[in-house]
Design a protein around this ligand. Structure first.
Ligand SMILES: [Zn+2]
Length: 137
């Protein structure tokens, strides 16, 4: 229990704040952050700059997972989507809090910090980002 809680708090700043980085020469944005820009290679060494992403984007494509590993068994079926973030990077994440039938390509989504899984033997809980539909005001 103590170990799980300590890990949880250590990992919050990076994951929850959605920190990516930006290449100083080609301006491409990466999430998760990269050591160096794969497009500019050596040219951009030392020019990667951390930036905070807004954690919002839209679904590019998705798939519904019906069969899962033991750790995720209680959650199936669930949608996994490729999401294009507003700043440009594409990431893969689980969509939560909506009916599977509601998930659509082009749907606006925003990040939410959730329990990813609980280790059955140690009880450790892992957290990370998932995405949910943006509710239009
Ligand atoms: Zn670059």
């Amino acid at each position: 229990m103590g170990e799980g809680v300590a890990r949880f708090w250590r990992e919050i700043p990076q994951r929850y704040n959605f920190i990516g980085n930006k290449c100083g020469s080609c301006k491409r944005i990466f999430f998760p952050p990269r050591e160096s820009c794969p497009y500019c290679r050596r040219k951009s060494m030392g020019k990667m700059k951390d930036i905070k992403l807004n954690g919002k984007g839209e679904i590019v494509t998705y798939t519904i997972i019906h069969v899962s590993s033991e750790d995720f068994e209680e959650q199936v079926p669930y949608p996994i989507a490729i999401i294009k973030l507003d700043e440009g990077p594409q990431i893969t994440a689980q969509i939560v809090d909506c009916n599977i039938d509601d998930v659509k390509i082009g749907m606006k989504v925003e990040s939410t910090f959730r329990k990813i899984r609980q280790d059955g033997s140690t009880g450790a809980i892992y957290y990370g980002y998932k995405f949910k539909k943006v509710i239009e005001q």
